[in-house]
Design a protein around this ligand. Structure first.
Ligand SMILES: [Zn+2]
Length: 554
């Protein structure tokens, strides 16, 4: 089967749309208010299907961007040049003498390739709101989804029906597909403002073949999983992701991961892993991840690298050294990280993986079973102690409005106010919410965060979803990274001197594009796709209006 092209929605996102992301210049109206930019729908000319660079020598360009300081994505310092665009491609970079049908003066602004979010959770929300407001407005033009071992396919008939019903009931949208090919086709029919590529999730594949059981895969199951991964790659997947702190991915051992990752051989695509531990077991987890890449002979991407819990903070330097050594020994390894010292996950993640085996129903039954509860409780208390205290856990979302009082609150404070014991409160929320409770955990060091972000092997990701301050994606209190990752990188971290603007741009453009073999993305040069973002490096930040809509820390 011929490998299908992997970026399925269109080319030109355009400076006019993406620049506004960062809240400057192009999307301010004359009164200085933030206004919605006119975001053109993706053109539908998929990256791989285009005939190639548009070269209309002598013809008038569609758009000329003048006088910006251009960061081409390679890590080179910015230079003040013009950029001409025709159709969905850049046609000229330099002193452009032709006059464009549209001309934009970007004096004082930085112009960069559109940002590639190497670890995004936008997945199905692009069908709910194709404007992808929280993404495009921070400059993202390419989402890499299917992360943490979880992709939207392949699914069983029942799994696909469950997803379809959930999206129909919650959002009124129809997501009718069972595999990644169907997903990408559906996006082609209903394109979003951002481009998208997806990995295939190991947990998704394991769930389909082995189910939720906590046991090794049989030889036959391993073969079937390999077949499904191969099929997903043929359908356009750009890597294999694992989520080894989540079920059922956590039930796989290293050998299973090596065998499955071998399917990536010859594609150049990475094995991306949310590792088995990001705290006390961090060393072993990094070793396992590097081992999988080395044994399978494939590139590695370590997802959202961190050292959680104060007693593990010292390990950040040590794991960076292990990664550098593996790289020096020939492994194509990189990592990514979001620019925040707090993480977001399900509240269930405070509980042991064995207790979550078999899905939410089984997990809730164990929480209600007096024989299992003491062992669960001691694990969970140890995990909370690692973070510091119950106040290191903040509830970010609940499914029902009945427990809405918990949203945005620290568990320790909440328990004290309500006269409940914190562990009992956590259990009650999970039971009452059918395990749909989100949390934000405050357990990382700011110093490590800056060091990891600045490291030359590190990319920067959001690890976030797509939201909007209106409509169905406006609910809850999500981690601010869904809105703020790229402005915070270009603003807070660059202006505080953690890294240069040229390096920051490289980490979210040329570096991830090269890791995925996308030659015409993540770079500003003639012939490349015209995914572009403009911003004012002296003021770029998350707009105040968004900060107050979702009042966390920014
Ligand atoms: Zn993750």
């Amino acid at each position: 089967m011929k490998r299908r092209t992997f970026i399925r929605t269109g080319g030109l996102i355009g400076a006019a749309g993406a620049a506004g992301a960062i809240g400057v210049g192009l999307t301010r109206d004359r009164g200085g208010r933030d206004v919605a930019p006119e975001i053109p729908p993706a053109t539908g000319s998929s990256a791989g299907r285009s005939a190639g660079p548009v070269a209309r020598s002598g013809a008038e360009p569609d758009l000329v961007l003048r006088r910006a300081t251009v960061f081409d994505g390679s890590g080179a310092p910015g230079v003040e040049v013009d950029v001409a665009v025709t159709g969905d491609r850049i046609t000229e970079v330099g002193n452009v003498t032709a006059i464009g049908a549209e001309e934009i003066d970007l004096a004082g602004m930085a112009l960069a390739p559109g940002f590639v979010d190497i670890h995004s959770h936008a997945d199905l929300s692009l069908f709910v709101n194709p404007n992808a407001e929280s993404r495009i407005r921070q400059g993202v033009t390419l989402e890499i989804v299917g992360q943490d071992g979880s992709s939207v396919g392949p699914l069983s008939e029942a799994g696909s029906r469950a997803t379809r019903e959930r999206y129909r009931n919650t959002y009124g949208v129809d997501v009718d597909f069972r595999d990644l090919g169907g997903f990408l086709d559906a996006l082609d029919r209903a394109p979003a403002t951002v481009n998208l590529a997806t990995m295939v999730g190991h947990g998704t594949v394991r769930g389909l073949v082995v189910g939720g059981a906590d046991r090794p895969a049989t030889a036959d199951e391993l073969q079937r999983m390999r077949g499904l991964i191969r099929e997903a790659l043929d359908q356009g997947a750009v890597g294999l992701s694992s989520g080894l702190e989540y079920t059922p991915g956590s039930f796989a051992d290293g050998n299973e991961l090596v065998e499955l990752a071998k399917e990536l051989q010859g594609t150049g695509y990475p094995y991306a892993s949310h590792m088995r531990s990001e705290d006390d077991g961090l060393f072993a987890a990094v070793e396992e991840t590097l081992y999988v890449g080395q044994m399978a002979g494939v590139p590695v991407q370590i997802s959202h690298l961190k050292a959680q819990g104060e007693r593990n903070w010292w390990k950040a330097k040590a794991i960076l050294r292990s990664i550098e050594e593996a790289r020096a020994a020939g492994l194509d390894v990189h990592f990514d990280r979001y620019p925040y010292a707090a993480y977001a996950t399900g509240l269930s993640n405070l509980f042991p993986a064995w207790a979550r085996a078999g899905g939410s129903g089984a997990f809730i039954r164990r929480l209600q079973d007096a024989t299992d509860l003491p062992a669960i409780e001691s694990f969970t208390r140890a995990k909370v102690a690692l973070l510091g205290s119950w106040n290191a856990v903040q509830i970010s979302s609940t499914r029902t409005s009945g427990n809405a009082y918990a949203r945005g609150r620290r568990l320790g404070d909440l328990a004290r106010e309500r006269g409940e014991e914190p562990f009992a409160l956590a259990v009650r929320l999970i039971v009452e919410e059918g395990n749909s409770v989100g949390m934000i955990g405050f357990g990382m060091s700011e110093e490590n965060t800056a060091e990891i972000l600045a490291h030359p092997l590190g990319m920067v990701c959001s690890d976030g979803g797509s939201y909007a301050p209106y409509g169905p994606l406006s609910g809850g209190s999500p981690h601010p990274r869904g809105y703020g990752t790229f402005p915070r990188l270009m603003g807070h971290y660059v202006r505080s001197g953690a890294l240069s603007l040229a390096l920051a741009v490289h980490k979210v453009t040329g570096l991830p594009a090269r890791k995925l073999g996308l030659d015409d993305r993540g770079v500003i040069r003639p012939g490349a796709f015209a995914d572009l973002v403009a911003f004012d490096p002296s003021t770029v930040a998350v707009p105040i209006s968004i900060r107050s809509a979702s009042p966390w820390w920014w």
